[in-house]
Design a protein around this ligand. Structure first.
Ligand SMILES: Nc1ncnc2c1ncn2[C@@H]1O[C@H](COP(=O)(O)OP(=O)(O)OP(=O)(O)O)[C@@H](O)[C@H]1O
Ligand SMILES: [Mg+2]
Length: 401
């Protein structure tokens, strides 16, 4: 009976060995002192050691670089808890140093391995060490990691670039705002010339009358009155100027007709001087909710461009016309001049920052600022058409920003 069992046992072992010899993994059977009892075909093939070279030897005699302490500890643990223990390729790369043929894009010289240490149930002295080649996986993983890192870096670079562009954009807007301010100041100066000369005349008259000894209280009172009225006008011009060049924080109801009247206030002396007819044809009932000062700046920029074009070209019957159409959800404002138009090869560039045909007087930021304000702040659209007769700018704005 016992003999039968032994026979069966041996047969069983032979069957196991046959399977182990063809399996596509490394199998080594060790005792707790790391002495080699079995070394399968896969191991022989990959390490170039024959079975006879290794049997009975200690694993670290064959492979001096292995960490014998850790391996012994793992084996001990497997015995104690009677379940397999593992090394994974990601945590410890490899147990047995097996050089690999250099494959394309490979990051490793040695085979990366998953290792399972399986205790024998019947015989507590032995463990099977199963080695699985994980090089391709580890390689893919490592490549993936580098790619993720690269993507991360690219992303960071992109974010930085975006920040820089936003900063440049803000800078440009603030440049163009200062340019518009400068322009407004020159318009104010224009407006002031007349009242200032009036004050000068009053003062000069007072001086003369005093020298002639004909200065009485009535003349003094009249003169003071005149000067007071005029300085009030001067100071209200400044207030208006200041009000309109502060950007609005809150959108409010804006009457389009009033807004164009306001533009007339800023431009009238120049329009008059150049003999430009300014034809504003707007239904006084049209109002929208928007940022008033930004819209006025845009309109002034466009009107100023027409005025500049009239200065450059000699045109008879100069005219700027404004038409506003109220659609259901939006209003369409068109500002048209007959100042000679824009050259066809420049037409594409007029909304670009710093594009100007005005040698020293233009910053080239006017229309760029218009487009930015209309698109980004007022959520509308701006387009420009031009031919040899003149230029037409169309602005579409929502009823409510
Ligand atoms: N109504 C127009 N008639 C003819 N040319 C125009 C008109 N509006 C714009 N342009 C052309 O478009 C260019 C760009 O206009 P934009 O307002 O952006 O800059 P600019 O007027 O040159 O400079 P800035 O506005 O700073 O004074 C102008 O230089 C001019 O050549
Ligand atoms: Mg301009």
């Amino acid at each position: 009976m016992a003999q039968n069992k032994t026979k069966q046992h041996f047969r069983q072992l032979d069957v196991d060995k046959e399977i182990l010899s063809v399996i596509n993994n490394g199998v080594i059977i060790l005792n707790d002192q790391l002495q080699i009892h079995y070394y399968n075909k896969w191991m022989q093939l990959h390490t170039k050691f024959k079975e006879n070279d290794v049997l009975g030897k200690k694993l670290y005699e064959i492979f001096p670089t292995i960490n014998k302490k850790t391996l012994k500890r793992k084996i001990q643990t497997a015995f104690t808890i009677q379940t397999p223990t593992f090394y994974t390729a990601s945590s410890s790369h490899y147990l047995i140093p097996i050089k690999i043929n250099q494959i394309k894009n490979s990051l490793f010289k040695y085979m990366q391995q998953d290792v399972s240490i399986i205790p024998f149930k019947q015989d507590k002295q032995f463990v099977a060490v199963i080695i699985t080649d994980q090089t391709i996986m580890a390689n893919t993983n490592a490549l993936l990691q580098t790619n993720i890192q690269k993507v991360k870096e690219l992303n960071e670079a992109l974010i930085k670039e975006k920040e820089i562009t936003e900063f440049q954009h803000k800078q440009l807007l603030s440049n163009s705002r200062s340019a518009a301010m400068g322009e407004m100041i020159s318009m104010i100066a224009h407006q002031w010339r007349q009242p200032l000369s009036l004050i000068n005349t009053v003062i000069a008259t007072l001086k003369i009358k005093k020298e002639l000894g004909i200065l009485d209280n009535k003349i003094i009172d009249n003169s003071i009155n005149k000067i007071e009225k005029t300085t009030n006008f001067l100071s209200s011009t400044i207030d208006d100027f200041r009000d309109y060049f502060k950007p609005n924080k809150i959108a409010a109801k804006v009457n389009i007709s009033n807004l164009f009247e306001k533009s007339l206030f800023f431009l009238k002396s120049e329009l008059k001087q150049l003999d430009i007819e300014y034809d504003i044809n707007i239904d006084p009932d049209i109002s929208i909710v928007t940022y008033k000062n930004e819209l006025l700046q845009t309109i002034l920029n466009i009107l100023k461009n027409s005025i500049d074009a009239f200065k450059e070209n000699n045109i008879k019957n100069k005219k700027i016309s404004v038409i506003v159409v109220n659609n259901k959800e939006s209003v369409l404002i068109t500002i048209e001049d007959n100042a000679g138009g824009i050259r066809i090869d420049n037409l594409q560039k007029v909304f670009e920052p710093y594009f100007s045909t005005k040698s020293k007087n233009g910053t080239g930021l006017g229309l760029y600022m218009c487009k930015t304000i209309i698109n980004e702040h007022l959520h509308g659209n701006i387009s420009l058409n031009s031919n040899t007769n003149g230029t037409k700018v169309a602005i579409q704005l929502p009823n409510k920003v």
